[in-house]
Design a binder for this molecule. Structure first.
Ligand SMILES: NC(=O)C1=CN([C@@H]2O[C@H](COP(=O)(O)OP(=O)(O)OC[C@H]3O[C@@H](n4cnc5c(N)ncnc54)[C@H](OP(=O)(O)O)[C@@H]3O)[C@@H](O)[C@H]2O)C=CC1
Ligand SMILES: CC(C)(CO)C(=O)C(=O)O
Length: 306
């Protein structure tokens, strides 16, 4: 199976490098500056236990991209999604499936509209990685899992084939028959953590240890669950318990990519991760005062950057 990973950042770089190490046939669609860096140094991974490795990879830029891929993995930030989709489109033929690992849901609708549900899988990445100053991928926490599944019952590439290609042996993989539910479960978890981190400017454990902290994090979580439920995707008890084990933890140092971007002065995925949840809540008559507050704060930050 020939794989194209679009974006060699924290998520695409991490999982893409693991796929290369497992012997898969992978190209990376990147922009020219990163292509040069990858040719010079390979994909540099700094793992949570301090190890550093350089994985030789094959970069390709949009001007040289052609067809012939079976699987196109999208791993760009939501604010770069539209442009990345245009760049990646020549790689998506009638027998290609596209598998995005963005947080949130909005990109799924855009992909289904463009390619049709038979050519789109839903994907969830559970990982804590950041793009370092030298373009290296830095693992900041031990968590590495991919969950994915088709969005239609007639995908152009069989789930077993996608699963075999992505099962690289160095992280957990899970093929699901309910990809949309998994996406919502992840969104509820991530949006809750992200809103808490960004409003309180602290990791989740420190918030929960502060006066009123646990009531606050539980309140944010309840809003996200209410929107998911009204949207037809109520997280099951298992998903809630897994999320709550971190959301209510008083010691966890967990932060999110959203909070990382905020503290680094980077663009933030405020519209996709928080704003879209607020908008869906409003449409469905579900109040989300805490998420609205987070969205206002992130939007003010984004306006100051512009
Ligand atoms: N980081 C994390 O721990 C996690 C992130 N996620 C989600 O995964 C998604 C990706 O995030 P993440 O990997 O952190 O983001 P990063 O910013 O680390 O990486 C995104 C990469 O996409 C590249 N890119 C953007 N546009 C294009 C384009 N047109 N062509 C080629 N490459 C392009 C950027 O390239 P360039 O270097 O040229 O700017 C960058 O290297 C987000 O939705 C995020 O929320 C999900 C789980 C965990
Ligand atoms: C919640 C977490 C850490 C899990 O992968 C994440 O998705 C993110 O930081 O963007």
């Amino acid at each position: 199976m020939k794989i194209l990973v679009v974006g060699a950042g924290a998520v695409g770089g991490y999982f893409g490098a693991r796929l290369v190490q497992a012997g898969r046939d992978v190209d990376f669609l990147v922009r020219p500056a990163r292509a040069e860096l990858l040719r010079e140094r390979g994909l540099v991974l700094r793992s949570a236990d301090g190890g550093v490795e350089s994985v030789p990879v094959t970069p390709v830029t949009a001007d040289r991209l052609g067809p012939g891929y079976d699987l196109v993995v999208l791993a760009v930030k939501s604010y770069g999604f539209d442009a990345a989709l245009e760049d990646a489109a020549p790689a998506v033929g009638p027998d290609t499936v596209v598998l995005p690992f963005l947080n949130g849901m909005r990109h799924i609708d855009a992909l289904v509209e463009r390619f049709g549900a038979d050519r789109v899988y839903g994907g969830v990445a559970m990982v804590m990685t950041r793009l370092g100053a030298e373009g290296e991928i830095v693992e900041v926490g031990k968590m590495s899992q991919l969950i994915y599944g088709p969005l239609s019952d007639r995908p152009v590439v069989a789930p077993a084939d996608v699963h075999a290609a992505l099962d690289a042996g160095s992280y957990s993989v899970s093929l699901t028959g309910s990809a949309r539910q998994e996406l919502w479960n992840k969104w509820v978890f991530l949006a809750t953590l992200g809103a808490c981190n960004c409003l309180m400017r602290a990791p989740i454990g420190r918030i929960n240890s502060a006066p009123g902290g646990q009531e606050f994090t539980a309140g944010v979580f309840a809003e996200a669950i209410a929107v998911a439920t009204a949207s037809g995707y109520p997280p099951g008890q298992d998903a809630r318990d897994r999320a709550d084990a971190i959301i209510a933890d008083t010691t966890a140092t967990t932060t999110t990519s959203l909070y990382w971007d905020l503290t680094q002065g980077n663009p933030v995925e405020a519209d996709q991760i928080i704003g879209d949840l607020v908008a869906r809540g409003r449409e469905l008559g579900v109040p989300t005062p805490l998420f609205s507050l987070a969205y206002t704060g992130l939007s003010a930050y984004a306006a100051a950057r512009a």
